[in-house]
Design a protein around this ligand. Structure first.
Ligand SMILES: NC(=O)c1ccc[n+]([C@@H]2O[C@H](COP(=O)([O-])OP(=O)(O)OC[C@H]3O[C@@H](n4cnc5c(N)ncnc54)[C@H](OP(=O)(O)O)[C@@H]3O)[C@@H](O)[C@H]2O)c1
Length: 310
């Protein structure tokens, strides 16, 4: 597994991360096998959220109850979670009380004294950056959160937070797969007035994060669009699957690895957040970090996914 020192942290981070959004109904054995398979593949970085599960902290609790980590096992992992979404409504809440209360809930559910990284899950239109800064300071000084970041944020929203928050914002987790790559595709079509692809809906977030050493994390790396099933083997993407099958054969890896390789080949050095609960798919996907697609292959997948290279 390829790793890198995550800027703004001391974390030696793998390029592929295990997301635990879908483990609520898994048995202890299933969770243990999933996580140990990930660890065997070099994936020691776990992505959670207070929101995941049938109730708040449901998947965090499932994870902790199944694994019963010793303190040295816990210290050997990077545990990241998120806060800021209120399911009822729904609405977003970056108030001091909400952030602190949800972190306390995550610590309790995860059975740990500290989070390695806390992300603000989705932008709150009513955010008061000074209040976020106060919450981060208190959590940081108490040793409860070591590092902070955001998710689904635009450059402007990150800048707004950065004016008040003292700690570096080390990650921005956004949806990204070869079939859902508007944040990359808009730049490729820059200045092409007749192409809808040229509309930059994310305000240059990929370049912004590269410029500011903010690690991009790609969620839903296999979903064709928004939670509507994977593009692998999907008859709606015949051209893309043909190219992926050919590259999988060439590099002697499973197709999941090629889907991951498209993301890890990007020089932004994104982390890929897997959501599969199938251990074999974790092993397969992890191999993607070691495949270096050529430029021609990367663009071929991009075109086959339906994007235009003008
Ligand atoms: N920041 C955010 O706003 C946000 C939003 C959503 C998710 N996330 C994070 O991102 C992680 C990944 O999200 P996701 O689960 O939507 O991503 P994903 O990895 O694209 O999708 C995984 C889902 O696809 C299924 N699948 C079917 N065929 C597959 C194949 N060949 N390879 C891989 N998966 C296949 C999996 O089923 P099986 O389980 O049966 O294999 C699973 O249900 C989550 O766990 C969470 O940590 C973050």
């Amino acid at each position: 597994m390829k790793t890198f020192t995550m800027p703004g942290t001391e974390i030696e981070a793998p390029q592929v991360v295990l997301g635990l959004m879908r483990i609520q109904d898994k048995t202890d054995d299933e969770v243990r096998t999933l996580v140990s398979t990930a660890l065997d593949a070099g994936i020691d970085f776990m992505d959670h959220a207070d929101l995941y599960g049938s109730s708040y902290h449901g998947c965090e609790r499932r994870f902790a109850e199944a694994l019963q980590l010793t303190s040295s096992e816990r210290d050997a992992m990077t545990i990241q979670t998120k806060a800021g979404i209120v399911k009822e409504g729904p609405y977003f809440d970056f108030s001091y009380e909400h952030i602190v209360q949800r972190v306390e809930g995550s610590l309790e559910a995860l059975g740990t004294d500290y989070l390695d990284i806390l992300l603000l899950h989705r932008p709150d239109a009513l955010v008061e950056p000074d209040e976020v800064a106060r919450a981060f300071d208190d959590l940081h000084h108490a040793g409860k959160v070591l590092h902070f970041g955001v998710s689904n944020h635009t450059p402007g929203q990150i800048e707004l937070l950065r004016r008040s928050v003292k700690q570096p914002l080390v990650a921005n987790q956004i949806q990204m797969s070869v079939t859902h790559a508007p944040a990359i595709a808009a730049g490729v079509a820059a200045n092409m007035g007749d192409l809808d692809q040229s509309v930059d809906r994310d305000n240059g977030v990929v370049d912004y994060c590269r410029l500011h050493d903010i690690t991009l994390q790609a969620w839903s790396p296999f979903q064709s669009r928004f939670f509507d099933g994977p593009f692998l083997g999907n008859p709606s993407y015949p051209e893309l699957n043909k190219v992926i099958d050919r590259l999988a054969w060439k590099y002697e890896v499973p197709v999941e690895a090629i889907a991951v390789a498209w993301l890890t080949r990007h020089p932004a050095r994104m982390q890929v957040v897997l959501g599969t609960t199938t251990p074999e798919r974790v092993t397969a996907a992890a191999k993607g970090a070691d495949v270096h697609l050529s430029r021609a292959e990367w663009y071929e997948m991009f075109r086959a996914a339906g994007y235009t290279v003008p």
